[in-house]
Design a protein. Structure first.
Lengths: 165, 333
């Protein structure tokens, strides 16, 4: 039986699309979103990256885990940083099942003192923290101290993370 | 701040020895505890120092230590810190300090408080080898300023991730858990929670801190952690061993907890002390509600997470303490 040329083209496109989808999914869930030390000026990565699957998220943020799970978190990665040897911060990257989940978490925690910033699909900056989403990723970077340079420093690290997503 | 309190802090902050310091003792002039708490009431002390954090936002360690002494003196009615601590802890027994670092470095039990307690315990006659500081996970312990060190000759700082859990489960009501060995090796445990809003429970403080002494706390979060918090605290080892709370309300988050949300950070500059865990949690809850109201936020009831476990803990089935304000003798110093 002779298969029509159009059918071959359709099948080829379907296979390529599926491969790309799977490939992108694997690539995104496996990427390392954390800039290495000095990749962003002034920032040192001070600890190993820790990654928690949704079922293990309570090990990292027990009590907070439920809201992420209900929003469709697949995994959360976290790493500690230090800026110019003094300002300590933690960067959390939540990989959600879709952009809706990332948006939901971001909007739930939004407060009136948030300042919109150009990061990813949407970004918010506070005095001691920066949060942004890009596709299914939700990134939150928090400093443990408030200093004059804190917000700019956090934004620079956030841009470094964004570039790796 | 009243004059007595000011003088007390001045004495402490200038490095004068608090042990047996008659100057500080005379100025406080508290009555004995059985005399300064009406019969049938639970005594809760909220010790407050508005200058605990400097203008740079940093915690003043000396003032924190002085605040601890003031809180304990007020609660015990004994002005000499060593005597006061002897009134609280049995000498010759193993004393556990359950810190809370779940929220990360920004909102964990302050190390200065834990260390000040360790110092006072030793001055009261507790050997270093009889002091155990513990938390559920290594990185929670790290957030509190400690690493896992199982040093039999000195103060032990234990992560239950490493130190382990009892093989046999314990149960009460809805809670079936395995207890941390770090708790079961202790004769008495002092809870050192940090005051926080909680996305499920509403408020996390004295009783909720016990989620950190079990192997699977994630199983205890249904229906706003009610009745699980109360049930968990009724498990005999927890009910009997955890007999005192020194609650860290020096910093807090009044929304977005239990994680660290600096945009919701708040500095109550207080310690909340007592032996009635229910009365303490009720007091802490009211503090959070007052702060939320001040910030123009809805009540925890209005956002669907009232800490109902507090009333449950006080009910006839649990009898862990009192939540009726008429039965709480609140001392604000």
């Amino acid at each position: 039986m002779k298969v029509p040329k159009s059918a071959w083209i359709f099948a080829a496109v379907a296979v390529i699309t599926m491969a790309m989808t799977v490939g992108i999914g694997c690539r995104k869930s496996a990427i390392d979103p954390f800039p290495a030390s000095d990749a962003v000026k002034g920032w040192q990565k001070t600890g190993e990256t820790r990654t928690f699957a949704a079922k293990d998220l309570y090990q990292y943020i027990d009590g907070d885990a439920e809201q992420y799970i209900s929003a469709g978190v697949i995994s959360t990665s976290t790493a500690d940083y230090k800026y110019e040897g003094q300002l300590e911060a933690v960067a959390d990257v939540h990989f959600m099942s879709d952009a809706v989940g990332a948006r939901k978490i971001m909007e739930t925690g939004r407060t009136s003192d948030a300042r919109q910033v150009q990061l990813g699909d949407a970004g918010l900056a506070y005095g001691q923290s920066v949060i942004f989403r890009r596709g299914p990723y939700l990134v939150r970077i928090v400093a443990y101290e408030s200093k004059p340079e804190t917000q700019e420093a956090l934004l620079s690290l956030a841009r470094g993370v964004e570039a790796k997503l | 701040m009243n004059k007595n309190r000011r003088e007390f802090l001045k004495t402490a902050a200038t490095g004068a020895a608090l042990i047996g310091s008659s100057a500080a003792v005379d100025k406080l002039a508290f009555a004995a505890p059985d005399q300064h708490t009406p019969a049938g009431k639970s005594r809760v002390v909220v010790a407050h120092d508005p200058q605990l954090h400097g203008s740079d936002g940093k915690l003043d360690d000396k003032r924190a230590q002085a605040l601890l002494d003031c809180a304990i003196a007020s609660w015990t009615g004994r002005d000499n810190p060593v005597e006061a601590w002897r009134h609280i802890v049995p000498v010759g027994k193993v004393i556990g300090l359950k810190v809370n670092g779940l929220g990360g470095k920004g909102i964990a039990t302050h190390a200065v408080l834990t260390l000040a307690i360790c110092e006072r315990l030793q001055q009261a006659g507790v050997k270093p080898s009889q002091i155990v500081i513990f938390e559920q996970r290594t990185h929670f312990l790290d957030a509190c300023g400690f690493q896992h060190v199982d040093n039999p000759g000195g103060i032990r700082t234990l992560s239950s991730e490493i130190y382990g859990y009892e093989p046999q489960p314990s149960s009460y009501g809805s809670a079936t858990i395995r207890l941390a060995k770090a708790l079961t090796v202790c004769d008495m445990v002092i809870g050192l929670p940090i005051l926080k809003d909680h996305s499920g429970a509403g408020v996390t403080f004295a009783m909720k801190n016990m989620y950190g002494v079990v192997d699977r706390p994630q199983d205890l979060h249904a229906t706003n952690c009610n009745p699980a918090v109360a049930d968990l605290n009724c498990i005999p080892a927890i009910r009997q061993k955890v007999r005192f709370t020194i609650g860290d309300a020096m910093t807090s988050v009044y929304d977005g907890g239990p994680g660290f949300h600096p945009e919701r950070l708040w500095r109550p500059n207080s310690l909340i002390v007592g032996e009635d865990r229910v009365a303490i949690d009720h007091t802490a809850w009211q503090m959070i509600e007052r702060k939320r109201a001040e910030a123009g936020m809805p009540t925890l009831e209005a956002v669907g997470r009232p800490p109902r476990y507090i009333a449950t803990a006080a009910d006839e089935a649990h009898k862990l303490g009192v939540n009726d304000p008429q039965r709480i003798h609140l001392m604000e110093v």
